[in-house]
Design a binder for this molecule. Structure first.
Ligand SMILES: *Cc1c(COP(=O)(O)O)cnc(C)c1O
Length: 460
């Protein structure tokens, strides 16, 4: 008669607290107007629960803070670097470990070294910085996600999988000479934080290797992906997340990593790879832009925090709590009839604003309007992933909308508790019940690139 609790509690107690600030509806209305209805332009102090991103926003553990005091700030040969190198090698088995200030620096160095005009880089779905770094080299970033991954309401255990038939067709069409490497993103951030199965990574690796093409993993959420494999893929239930991660990386020739995600740190990243010649060229580029190879744009204490965080990200109690909190919010929203991407992913819940607000056409940015409404009602900051972010100008002066109008609620790691999640569910139910009152927006300013960060709107 062992106690089997239904409630999955936060697997930590709180040693240091940071107050969050409640504001009045009137204050929020003024703040939102001053920000041009773009939540990126709010002061964070005007936000009660901040779900803008899970990147670098997590809480570090007492072990990480303790480790930071022992960081070795030596310019060359820092002890903290060797610690990080050992932690990365233990998980990935990769030979060369190159620290960078964050994930996109690892991408810039990798693509700057191996990628050129006319090349094609396949991926399940390129994250936006990955795509930008590939395109900056004059190469094509080609997304080859399985068709199920693009249908919000459809259940599939591994909606992040690469479409093997399309990958094979790409390899045949483009040829080995113009594909310097293939990537696979775990979990698939831009596709809803959906996992990739071990079988899929194994098959992608075999296919790439049969053509002599190296496979790199975009590993930002490798631990969350390992947890989904443990839960959903046959044969993995009894393995530890570490063993699963080790197998996953055994199929790869390298990886890029943002330690702001499953590195459990506030800043940092790395590039790891086996090829000696590529590693040498990457280190040369690293020195040019980031720093000496044993710190690469990080302080010794950052490397210490990441070395410890990588192990903590793989702890079962932590992963169970993390994935469960997100699934729990998803269940509440589904029960309330609020449309979301299903199943919920590893780091975020995605609301289908297009389905929730059918009275607002894409050209009036329904997902951006929903973000504003949620902030006004409850002080919650989410992010639009729709036509503000991905809309493309048409030659006739109009705009090609994004394929989906989504609002992402991304969860910082180890920051919020179940009562915060209950509050969120209540807030979303309140907003959804008043959906008819939400009006579209008119964009009054946009920058030529990455307009979502700085665009300004007026309500219609
Ligand atoms: C965050 C992220 C990156 C880029 O990392 P930064 O640390 O933000 O530069 C790359 N790929 C994926 C999948 C990400 O989520």
């Amino acid at each position: 008669m062992g106690f089997r609790p239904r409630t999955i509690i936060e697997p930590f107690r709180i040693k240091s607290v940071e107050p969050i600030r409640s504001t009045t509806a009137e204050h929020r209305r003024a703040a939102l107007a001053a920000a041009g209805h773009n939540l990126f332009l709010l002061h964070a102090d005007d936000v009660l629960i901040d779900l803008l991103t899970d990147s670098g926003t997590g809480a570090m553990s007492s072990a990480q803070w303790g480790g930071m005091l022992q960081g070795d700030e030596s310019y060359a040969g820092s002890r903290s670097f060797y610690r990080l190198e050992q932690a990365v090698r233990q998980i990935t088995g990769l030979k060369h470990v190159i620290p960078t200030h964050q994930g996109r620096a690892a991408e810039r160095i990798l693509f700057g070294t191996v990628c050129g005009p006319g090349d094609v880089v396949p991926n399940n779905t390129h994250f936006d910085t990955t795509r930008a770094n590939v395109e900056f080299r004059g190469a094509e970033a080609r997304d080859l996600l399985i068709a199920e991954g693009r249908q919000p309401g459809l259940y599939h255990p591994f909606k992040g999988n690469m479409d093997l038939a399309r990958l094979e067709a790409t390899l045949a069409e483009v040829g080995r000479e113009r594909i310097p490497l293939c990537m696979i993103t775990v979990t698939n951030n831009s596709g809803g934080g959906q996992p990739v199965s071990m079988a899929n990574v194994r098959a992608v690796s075999a296919l790439c290797h049969s053509h002599g093409i190296p496979l790199f993993i975009d590993a930002c959420r490798f631990a969350e992906n390992a947890w989904f494999i443990k839960q959903r893929e046959e044969g993995y239930a009894d393995l530890t997340p570490l063993l699963i991660a080790q197998e996953l990386f055994s199929y790869a020739d390298g990886c890029t990593m943002s330690a702001k995600k499953d590195g459990m740190a506030n800043i940092g990243g790395f590039l790891a790879l086996n090829d000696d010649a590529w590693a040498q060229r990457c280190k040369d580029l690293l020195i040019l832009g980031e720093g000496f190879p044993t710190y690469g744009g990080l302080a010794g204490y950052d490397m210490e925090a990441i070395a410890i965080g990588l192990g903590e990200a793989l702890e079962e109690d932590y992963l169970r709590y993390r994935v469960r909190s997100i699934e729990y919010l998803g269940e509440k929203l589904i029960a309330a009839g609020i449309p979301i991407i299903q199943p919920t992913g590893g780091h975020a819940v995605y609301l289908d604003a297009g389905a929730l607000l059918p009275h607002i056409p894409p050209g009036q940015y329904p997902a951006q309007a929903l973000c504003g409404a949620l902030y006004l009602a409850a002080g919650v900051r989410a992010v639009e992933i729709g036509s503000v972010m991905f809309g493309r100008p048409r030659p006739d002066g109009g705009e090609e909308p994004a394929s989906l109008e989504l609002v992402r609620l991304a969860f910082p790691r180890r920051v919020y508790t179940q009562s915060h999640v209950d509050y969120l569910a209540e807030a979303l139910e309140y907003v959804a019940a008043r959906r008819e009152q939400i009006r579209g927006l008119h964009m009054v300013y946009q920058a030529p690139t990455l307009r979502h960060f700085t665009a300004r709107f007026e309500p219609l």
